[in-house]
Structures are given as C-alpha cells and as structure tokens.
Write a protein that binds this ligand. Structure first.
Ligand code: SF4
Length: 362
C-alpha cells in the first residue's frame, strides 16, 4: 500500500484525469482494491432537517431564499421526527444519517441545542451521524463532537477560482477555516464538490488539489453532478456526461486513496451501468432515499436491487473509525458561548446570480 501523497499539483492531477479512460479506470480500480473492499459500499441517508429560506446565494441551490424555486421550506424538525426517520433508514440498510440545515452558519441557541440532541439520539441508535449546518466555530465543533457526531460535511464545491463565480456571500477561506475547526476534534471530515456548474477541467483539478493537500485528507469526498433546478442561476447548465463523472470519481480515488468517495447528487441521471462504472472506478458510498435534501434521488429499493445485481453489500457502521461516545447535555464540558461570529461576506457581483434574483421580483 503506497503512502498517501499530500503534494499533488494541478498538473499532476490533470495528467491523471486526462489519460486514456481504460488506463485511468485500471489505475483507480487497483488503488481502490489496495485500500478498500471493492464489494462494500457505504449507504447514507440525507435528511433535510431545516429546508429552504437560506440567506446564502449558492448558484446551484434551490434552497437559497433569493431565487424563485419550487421549494417548500420547513422549520427545524423535532428530535422525535428525526429519530423515526433514522430508524427507517437503518431498517433499509443505511449506516449513516446526514442531517442538513439550510443555514449560513451555526448560531448558538435553542435550535443548535436541538440539533445536538438529534446527534445524541441517532448516535445511541448505533448509526454514524453526520451534520451539514454551514460554517462552524471551534467551540461549536467541540459541542457536536461531545454529542457523538461522527462526521461533519462542508463542501469546497469547486476550485478556489471558480468558487467566486458561484457564491458571493462567503469566501473559500471560510470553508477551509470550518474544516480546520472540525479537525480540532475527533469528528471526521466530509468535503467534496459539484461538477457541471460550467467550470473547466482545471477547476475540477483545482478542487482536488485543495482537498488532497489537506493533511489529513478528508475521510469522505462527495462528488456531485449538478442537478440544474429551475429558478437557480445554474438552471440552464447541461447535465455532465457519465464519462466526466467516471473520470472525476477515478481521479478522486487515485489522489485520495483512503477516502470514501461518495457518488452523490445526479444519480437519477445515470444508468445502472454508469453507476457500476463509478463503483469500479472507486466510488464506495451513495446517498439513499428518494430525496437528496431537495433534489431527486433513486428509491432505496432500486438501489438495493442494483446492489444485488452487482454483488455489492452495504458497509456496517463504524468500520473505518471508532464509534464516538455521547456525553449527555447535563455532563457537557463545552457550553454555549452565545456565538454568532461574522464570517466573510465578499459580496462581489455574479451576473447570473443577480439575474436569477431579479427574476423573482418581476
Ligand atoms: S448550499 Fe447550503 S448554504 Fe448554499 S444556499 Fe443552499 S442551503 Fe444555503
């Protein structure tokens, strides 16, 4: 097993990405087998615990309040609702529940306390718990860790250069800072991005440079294919081809051999054969459930049928990292500091984001 390399350059990664497909697949599949069981795929269920009304301007996201999209928002779910959904997910083969809230950043207060209780509840069901709640301070990361959080998702989305073409309400450095805050705990890091937003292949390589040069590399890297939603600034983007997806998955596997590469949004646009090629290229995780936050996803029974055809089986929880212990609220070492920090707000103008915002006001 080779040593993980942390000094990938954009040129190195482009050379991997652009090689003949059969060479790329062979190299990725070989590395995959050195580090993982190729017949095991981790299954996560993504729950939108607070949908819509987000103040951010991410150009791909139908939950941004400023765009005119067919999203029905909802307030924060109750702990009981989340527990019921987690139990359902467990019964259909999921080992992880990932809870997403459409927030810019975490704010200390009753809603965060409620999320901490959700984390405690799901961890006690012997499932891995992941959260994606926006930017996070060190103390907030420590409180989540104490509650029993297994992973925190915070995507870099694209290269630093292309990030500015998609989002103006926060900077790339905020993303890295949040990941750094998570790294001050034992919580694992999940961070990846989206292809098909109009970026160049150089931007895909740039994103992989940013992720692979983190030390340690993220334990989990989701690769999403843009699902263009009407009303968002990226509504007219053409879907990415399966070949681009396979190349991206294979390249991710090669530059981050130990990570779990997650085949995330965009699976409804792929055939089973296409998905099989992604698994061969090193993808070893999927999101289950008919919705990924707000975008469509294959039904879990279809996925289990696909697993049977391909001879794949779902990964057991806590196979890669230890089961975190939950500290109950009354014994907590870290308290609310009443934090609501000011993260950056570049607010540069992105023409297509502006146009989508104005369309709402017509
Ligand atoms: S991706 Fe997250 S932060 Fe961005 S608009 Fe959507 S919900 Fe808000």
């Amino acid at each position: 097993m080779g040593k993980t390399k942390h000094n990938w350059t954009k040129e190195d990664i482009l050379a991997v990405y652009n090689q003949p497909l059969m060479e790329l697949l062979y190299q990725a599949a070989t590395i995959h087998r050195e580090h993982h069981d190729p017949n095991t795929v981790q299954v996560s269920t993504l729950l939108s615990i607070k949908t819509g009304g987000c103040p951010e301007d991410c150009g791909y996201c139908p939950q941004a309040a400023r765009y005119h999209t067919p999203i029905e928002g909802n307030d924060l779910m109750s702990v009981q609702q989340v527990k019921a959904q987690a139990l359902r997910a467990k019964s259909t083969g999921s080992s992880r529940v990932c809870m997403g809230a459409a927030w810019r950043n975490v704010k200390d207060g009753p809603e965060f306390d409620q999320v901490l209780e959700m984390v405690r509840t799901i961890n006690k069901l012997d499932m891995e718990v992941c959260c994606t709640l926006g930017m996070l301070t060190e103390n907030q990361a420590k409180r989540l860790a104490e509650a029993g959080l297994y992973a925190y998702n915070h995507n870099l989305d694209s290269s630093e250069a292309y990030y500015k073409e998609v989002i103006s309400t926060r900077g790339f450095e905020d993303r890295l800072k949040t990941i750094d805050n998570v790294r001050k705990t034992n919580v694992t890091v999940c961070s990846g991005g989206i292809i098909g937003m109009g970026e160049k292949i150089e931007d895909r390589a740039g994103m992989l440079v940013a992720l692979s040069t983190l030390n340690p590399q993220p334990e989990s890297v989701p690769i999403n294919a843009l699902v263009a939603v009407e009303g968002t600034p990226l509504e007219d983007q053409e879907p990415v081809s399966i070949w681009e997806m396979v190349r991206m998955v294979a390249t991710t596997r090669i530059v981050m051999p130990e990570t779990q590469v997650r085949l995330s949004a965009g699976r409804t646009q792929m055939t089973r054969e296409g998905q099989a090629m992604c698994f061969f290229a090193g993808a070893n995780s999927i999101f289950a459930g008919d919705k990924l936050l707000t975008t469509p996803n294959p039904d879990v029974h279809e996925d289990m049928e696909m697993f049977e055809v391909l001879g794949l089986h779902p990964q057991k929880p806590f196979l890669k990292h230890v089961h975190p212990q939950t500290v109950d609220a009354e014994n907590s070492q870290y308290q609310s500091l009443g934090e609501n920090p000011k993260w950056t707000r570049p607010e540069h103008s992105i023409a297509r984001n502006e146009a989508a915002r104005k369309a709402k006001n017509r």
